[in-house]
Design a protein around this ligand. Sequence first.
Ligand SMILES: [Cu+2]
Length: 160
Amino acid sequence: MKKAVITLLFLVVLGAATAAGYRVGRGELALPAWVPPQVTAALPARAVTPVSTEALNDYEFRLVSPQARSGEALVAVELVHKPTGKPVPDAVIFARRIDMAPEDMAMMTAPLEPQPVDKPGTYLFKTNLAMEGGWQVSLAAKVPGEAGTVQGKLILKAVQ
Ligand SMILES: [Cu+2]
């Protein structure tokens, strides 16, 4: 009778220890500070959710119009999620540049100032295209819910 109680107790403790070990392995349970570092080092590395950069190939910047009037101009860009064809609102464009790289004049730049726009997924910029010809719009953005960066290089033609 007494032996049966001890066996049962042993099984309960073993079960609890196994469950705790499983949770430590999954990173759900932190090890207490008194566990020696050798033990901590021997444990397998916790599974880290891989950061997918591939997903960002699903996004694309597109010029609403491939041409603009030279001089002061508004440039409208749409950010599209290609698999669904849907515009992507609320992207944070953290880098932007416009220059005449297509005409071998990469040093010739212009302002590219974000403007308010009421169409979700469309991003509007004010610029001044001092010269007719090809201009390259370079953009880098963060998309809500995505870890990586969306980049775009778009060719805009300034016409008279
Ligand atoms: Cu130029």
